[in-house]
Design a protein around this ligand. Structure first.
Ligand code: MN
Length: 201
């Protein structure tokens, strides 16, 4: 099986003004595509891994030959993380709603406190990586991963994420990662996040 780049689930300008069309085209067409290409190159000649999905490859690293594990973790993670990211994005009307809002209230006391905690986590991540909202021990939790590591490497289920690699924001925001994070909250598709949450519970 050759892995392919999943099309964006929205138009390239759908996230403007948070993320403009130029950034989206480069992020999806060059960076995300690059991970797909590098994963395919790494898997070439390893027929035993050919039938496995990206999710299966990165969530069961023990089944990947030792010499390939680092590449699969980085490139497979790059493929899976980006596809997941695109799927939880979309302009919202400012409300979260559903069981996710209830769980946020339980976990942080208010939506504002949750946003603050998530923003601090994303802004303080050193270097390149991702900030996630995950389900851990039946509760919501915020976690960071470095590089293209993913919560599913550790069997943890995410329901939301933000990519804080510089390639995600540098053309528009330069070094101002906190501004990129602040504007993100208006472009989370909370309906999809609620659907993911419901699938896990
Ligand atoms: Mn990225």
């Amino acid at each position: 099986m050759t892995h392919t780049l999943a099309p964006l689930p929205f138009a390239y300008d759908a996230l403007d003004p948070w993320v403009d069309e130029r950034t989206m085209r480069i992020h999806h067409g060059k960076h995300h595509q690059g991970y797909v290409d590098k994963l395919n190159a790494a898997l070439a000649g390893h027929e035993g891994l050919a039938k496995k999905s990206v999710k299966e490859l990165i969530s069961h690293p023990e089944a990947v030959p030792t010499e390939l594990r680092g590449k699969v973790r980085n490139f497979g993670g790059g493929v899976w993380n980006h596809t997941f990211f695109w799927n939880v994005l979309g302009k919202n009307d400012g409300t979260i709603g559903g069981p996710v809002e209830q769980a946020i209230m339980t976990g942080w006391g208010s939506v504002e406190k949750f946003k603050d905690a998530f923003s601090v986590s994303a802004a303080s991540l050193f270097g390149s990586g991702w900030t996630w909202l995950v389900i851990k021990d039946c509760k919501l939790a915020i976690m960071n991963t470095a590089n293209q590591d993913s919560p599913i490497n550790e069997g943890i289920t995410p329901i939301l994420t933000i990519d804080v690699w510089e390639h995600a924001y540098y053309l528009q925001y330069q070094q101002k990662r906190p501004e990129f994070i602040e504007k993100y909250f208006a472009f989370i598709d909370w309906k999809k996040v609620n659907t993911l949450f419901a699938q896990v519970r």
